[in-house]
Design a protein around this ligand. Structure first.
Ligand SMILES: [Fe+2]
Length: 292
């Protein structure tokens, strides 16, 4: 059976059938998926009983994996998964849901804010690839917002106003908005704000998109309050239902998205029950703007 991509949302998202991601892909299949990503920005696969090794092998078809260091407060010795795998479960090293008052859990709850993965890095991520190994019975949908469609729908005055704006992104901003304000000096250095363009252009298609994320907390040359109102306003615009796809997870699903073209967030779920989701991240290849 040959691979087919069917669009499942009015503006983006393709559902892929006829491909087994646990096996090595041909060059033609990789090229077709990459072209599908350029067009749909999010690709959904079902019934993929994939291992960590297979997921990493699939991911590197699209470029080197991102170095995950500096993206979390977890200590290396507390990690549940091997290097190369991002643990976005609610599980501790012992395989059980984390305690309600755990700082790690609080930090991970930040994934419920709209964001683009690694926008807090000078070279932000290309793709994220998320596989459902254990699905929580209640809630936990992942929502995606098409930032190209959101950009296209802006009025021309707003487009002109934001064209050359540069934001500062930091994990301390997204987590700060959840009341997490205490960081060690080491963490403050690790989470130092980076610069990102507010409007970015896709390197292949040339399509412009809004580059928003809850990590963004300031705009260069603009008073803080004014910047945050603008960012909030643009985020509200970009996440209106017409631009959003909600993925209801089934066991064995894999969703792959282009962080350069979409934002995403996780919805609330029953945190007393396990949810095992494992992400691989394909590194980006260029900054959106020069750093300070
Ligand atoms: Fe994420």
């Amino acid at each position: 059976m040959s691979m087919v991509i069917r669009q499942i949302h009015p503006v983006f998202v393709g559902e892929v059938s006829g491909v087994d991601l646990t096996k090595p892909l041909s060059r033609e299949e990789v090229a077709a998926l990459e072209a599908g990503m350029d067009r749909y920005a999010v690709l959904v696969y079902h019934d993929q009983a994939i291992t960590d090794e297979q997921q990493m092998a699939f991911s590197v078809s699209f470029g080197p994996l991102e170095d995950a260091r500096g993206g979390n407060i977890i200590k290396p010795e507390d990690r549940r998964l091997q290097v190369g795998m991002n643990d976005v479960s609610n599980l501790g090293k012992d395989g059980r849901p984390m305690e309600r008052d755990s700082r790690q859990r609080a930090f991970n709850l930040g994934n419920m804010l709209w964001h683009s993965d690694s926008s807090f890095r000078p070279i932000p991520a290309k793709y994220s690839i998320l596989s459902a190994r254990l699905v929580n019975p209640v809630g936990g949908d992942t929502e995606y917002a098409d930032m190209r469609a959101a950009y296209d729908a802006l009025d021309s005055a707003t487009k002109a106003e934001i064209e050359d704006l540069v934001c500062e992104h930091s994990l301390m901003c997204s987590r700060g908005s959840l009341g997490m304000l205490d960081y060690s000096d080491e963490q403050r250095t690790m989470f130092k704000p980076v610069r990102q363009r507010l409007v970015r252009t896709h390197p292949v298609t040339g399509r412009p998109s809004l580059y928003l994320s809850s990590h963004a907390g300031a705009i260069l040359g603009m008073p803080m309050a004014e910047a945050r109102i603008l960012l909030r306003d643009l985020t509200e615009h970009a996440t209106q239902p017409a631009f959003v796809y909600a993925h209801r997870w089934r066991l064995g699903d894999i969703v792959m998205w282009d962080n350069r073209q979409v934002m995403h967030r996780v919805r609330r779920y029953d945190d007393t029950q396990p949810r095992d989701m494992r992400r691989t991240t394909v590194a980006g290849d260029r900054p959106t703007v020069a750093q300070a």
